[in-house]
Design a protein around this ligand. Structure first.
Ligand SMILES: [Zn+2]
Length: 444
């Protein structure tokens, strides 16, 4: 590790007590939700930025109103699906008045509808195509909303809006990026979302996108090449989740997992080549990791190992490695992801603090993902320490005073209530700690 690690990262010398983890995380969730509701009116269409910027209209999941809609849908799902034994843990933080209000899924569904209506009223096609950046994602969540409400007409309308871009991408693949944040894999993510939820439905909501998924994967693999795959973004060969090959591998593995039989039937030669390339690329990245202690942002910047956050570095590697472990039954991938988690626990408490993209809650997902596979309690405790970063004065004082050059206000997220940079992401991670569903934008 380089000498400047300590400047941007906190070594957890004063961990929080670890009894009542669920109660404590739930209390933090409720506090964050209250803050959010006080600051972000339902139907808000702006990016709710920190005070030294000009507030602007922003419908994206990444930094804007899409994230508010995402939160309401996740809260609905959380309350609706929380097992009874977990509910008992989670009631202690609520007053008698708050209790029935909090556990009422209809309230969140109503908020989601209002948020969606406001967004749909001004929705227009934008130049982006991905779940995290494009307006199209509003329609993706709209489809879920109308599915819950059993409104077939609006469900289909929203699905059509998501599918509407497909033909253009197939006809002009070179006009689009190849990474997760702006490129074709970030569009494919929405197909995986739809296919997972609706391919096994019966009747009018049944929707099978297997062949579309296959076609998009073929296109992505053609761009990234055989053998050790490459992801070019603005003249750099990126490795990480947001802009690089790890994000692509994650999407390819999710695709293969969902449509395995179709892949082999449709084109066995291509499928085997794709699987081989994925393994070669992961092996290459693991080798770099064991040598340098992290995965650098790009091949052009191979000596740089200081970034340990979802968008760059090992945090984005854990999920694809665990998927690879399950698909290829190769223990090396499990070993590497566990090794990375220990490194992440040492260096992943980053002073940038907030959010999923380059924040502490984003890094907590690595621990939660390993816990889902191994059920080793240690990783749950790691996740707890990371999620409670605001409750730990030794950590939060550093976060509040860290002069991150890329921000407008010291110690404050540029979009404090957003999904990828702010508290919506933190809340999703807290819900996932209590009852795991999926990492936003990276799992379906
Ligand atoms: Zn980031």
């Amino acid at each position: 590790m380089k000498g400047n690690q300590r400047y941007t990262q906190i070594h957890l010398t004063n961990p929080l007590p670890q009894d009542n983890m669920i109660e404590n995380v739930f209390e933090s969730l409720v506090n964050e939700l209250k803050q959010f509701r006080q600051n972000v009116p339902v139907g808000c269409l702006t990016d709710k930025c920190s005070h030294q910027q000009k507030e602007k209209q922003d419908l994206s999941m990444f930094s804007g109103a899409g994230g508010y809609l995402y939160l309401y849908m996740r809260m609905y799902e959380f309350v609706k699906t929380l097992p009874e034994d977990l509910q008992t843990f989670c009631t202690s933080g609520l007053s008698d008045q708050e209790l029935p209000e909090f556990y009422n899924p209809e309230i969140y569904l109503d908020l989601a509808q209002k948020q969606y209506d406001a967004m749909q009223a001004i929705l227009k096609q934008d130049r982006y195509i991905t779940f995290l950046m494009s307006n199209i994602a509003t329609s993706l969540l709209g489809a879920d909303l109308y599915f819950i409400k059993k409104d077939k007409e609006n469900f289909s309308k929203n699905i059509s809006q998501v599918l509407g871009v497909f033909a253009n991408i197939m006809a002009n693949p070179n006009q689009f990026q190849q990474e997760l944040l702006y490129g074709i894999p970030g569009y494919l993510y929405m197909f995986l979302w739809i296919n997972k939820r609706y391919s096994k439905e019966q009747g009018p909501y049944q929707l099978d996108l297997t062949s579309h998924i296959f076609n998009l994967c073929k296109m992505i693999v053609a761009q990234c090449g055989d053998g050790i795959m490459k992801c070019k973004f603005f003249n750099q060969t990126y490795f990480g989740a947001a802009h690089g090959i790890l994000g692509i591998i994650q999407i390819l593995l999710l695709s293969y997992e969902q449509a395995k039989d179709y892949f082999h039937l449709k084109d066995e030669k291509f499928t085997l080549k794709m699987l081989e390339s994925i393994q070669l690329t992961l092996d290459y990245l693991i080798k770099i990791y064991y040598k340098q202690g992290n995965i650098p942002p790009s091949a052009e910047d191979i000596q740089s190992v200081e970034l340990q956050q979802f968008c760059h570095g090992i945090p984005g590697a854990v999920s694809p490695l665990l998927k690879a472990y399950q698909i290829f039954n190769n223990q090396d991938y499990m070993n590497a992801s566990i090794h990375m988690s220990e490194t992440l626990y040492k260096y992943g408490m980053i002073k940038k603090g907030y959010g999923i993209c380059h924040g502490i809650p984003g890094n907590s997902y690595g621990f939660m993902q390993i816990y889902q596979v191994t059920k080793n309690e240690k990783f749950r405790r790691y996740a707890f320490q990371f999620l409670q970063y605001k409750q730990n004065p030794h950590v939060f004082n550093e976060v509040k005073n860290f002069p991150f050059y890329d921000r407008h206000v010291v110690g404050m997220s540029d979009n404090p209530f957003s999904l990828m940079l702010g508290s919506v992401g933190d809340m999703c991670a807290m819900m996932d700690f209590i009852n795991y569903k999926r990492m936003p934008g990276y799992e379906v």
